[in-house]
Design a protein around this ligand. Structure first.
Ligand code: KIV
Length: 275
């Protein structure tokens, strides 16, 4: 059954938890989609995980469309959300609608995600009015990393916590169907979750959110450039890959791969004529 924005709304009403993982390619999305995960986020974290950038700033619309379309081809059941990259929506309402439209038309997104609170509400309203569901993103918003001065937990002071709660209410009012809460204290995330009628999806925001999201390469211990406290590795795929690559290298160099069963045959009489 295809997950939709209605699945998200119903889960909130019924108190059922929502699961979301990032993916950036067809094969991973297909494997993920078979598991019952509610949503696949084509995060602009692809800048770090797939492209080796140190942040998400340089990720382009073309990157998001290219990876998003691959994920969409692999995801039959999960709701596919594609991130709007830095400067694809901040510049104007017009740019926001045009670029959200491209992510849906060319990337085949079911929804888009953008970062920010009150300052992007006019964009959320316009994108939603164009028929494109929007997931908001509050707390540590990586596209503002230079403004934050680094990857820091957000909402710790009274003023910052109050602003976060207000922003959550504002993005809901603007029409967002869900909101990601990244790197905020668990008790604050719980309070936000109780204060709004749309699902909160936490990452580094504790267990009181309506759902959780993780970067899949973190969940599988494949990405080791940095490892936030909130990451849990559900499998050590990084080690498995390293071992497999080592074994391949050793077999090729020893001449034991490819073996008989990996080779194609030619008829002896044809072969004889070649000498
Ligand atoms: O880009 C991303 O992967 C994200 C998640 C961390 C929420 O925005």
């Amino acid at each position: 059954m295809k997950n939709t924005v209605l699945t998200f709304q119903e889960a909130k009403v019924k108190g059922e938890k929502l699961s979301m993982l990032t993916a950036y390619d067809y094969s991973t999305a297909k494997l993920m989609d078979e598991t019952g995960v509610n949503s696949i986020l084509v995060g602009d974290s692809l800048g770090n995980v797939m492209l080796g950038y140190e942040d998400t700033i340089s990720v382009t619309m073309e990157d998001m469309i290219h990876h998003g379309a691959a994920v969409a081809r692999g995801a039959k059941n999960a709701l596919v959300i594609i991130d709007m990259p830095f400067m694809s929506y901040q510049t104007s309402v017009y740019d926001a609608v045009v670029n959200a439209g491209r992510l849906m038309k060319e990337g085949r997104a079911n929804a888009v995600k953008l970062e920010g609170g009150r300052e992007v509400c006019d964009k959320i309203e316009a994108i939603v009015a164009a028929g494109i569901p929007v997931c908001a993103h509050l707390g540590l918003t990586p596209q503002s990393i230079n403004a934050f001065g680094g990857f820091k937990v957000q909402g710790k002071s009274e003023a910052a916590a109050k602003k976060l709660i207000e922003d959550a209410k504002l993005v809901e009012k603007a029409g967002a169907f869900a909101v990601v809460l990244e790197c905020v204290p668990a008790k604050l995330a719980e309070l936000v979750t109780k204060s709004i009628g749309i699902p909160t999806i936490g990452i580094g925001a504790g267990n009181g959110c309506d759902g959780q999201v993780l970067v899949y390469a973190d969940a599988l211990a494949m990405f080791s450039d940095f490892r936030p406290k909130f990451v849990k590795s559900f499998a050590n795929v990084g080690d498995i890959m390293r071992e497999a690559f080592k074994a391949y290298d050793a077999e090729v160099k020893a001449g034991t791969f490819p073996a008989e069963e990996h080779t194609y045959k030619i008829a002896d009489d044809v072969l004889e004529k070649l000498y």
